[in-house]
Design a protein. Sequence first.
Length: 221
Amino acid sequence: MLGRITGWAMNQFSNRIAAGAIAALVVAAGCAPATDVTKLYHDPDAGASPYRRILVVGIAAQADQRRWMEDLLTARLAARDVAAVPAYTRLGFSPVLLQDDIDAAAAATGSDAILVTHLVSASEEVEVVEGRTDVSAQCRGGNPLEYFLYDYEEIREPDSVSIAREVIIVTNLYDVRSETRVWTIQSTCFEKSAFEAILDDEARAIVEQLRRDRLIPTGST
């Protein structure tokens, strides 16, 4: 199954993302980040019985990013009455995930599905706005007929730095019993928030889409 997990996610989508065939950025209103979701695949036979125990696997270049993704998704799923388990608690943070190990972790946790999130890209744009310089004049007094005397002081505002981040995640859901992929989405967030806040909003969007597609319980939190 892992060959399908990593190979399919890496090969099938990298070209599309690089070419921009599937790209839709939603800029959040106000301060909160917002994530745009594009559904790429949904097995029409999936969803008859919602998944209630899910092993959450993160694929990322850095161990802390993987942990954040798995923990955030696990918490969001738990709020939807799903018994979710972050894979790192069973598999550690080895850069190589083997199919047998993932299958064993799913079996040990009694999971009926495996949710794989692949952090495809995380980029940022930095814009520096140069601070304005003003001159302040202060009167020192004197005879009005002889003109006032002034001291001049240059006041410079500090430069401001604006950082905009773009995070793209491809998420796949696999049915443990049939060992088949049943669902795939791409989620994109472009915001000026901290990276952790963007990942949390990505997790919210992913779980919400699972709920809308009736792949997890649809009850309210």
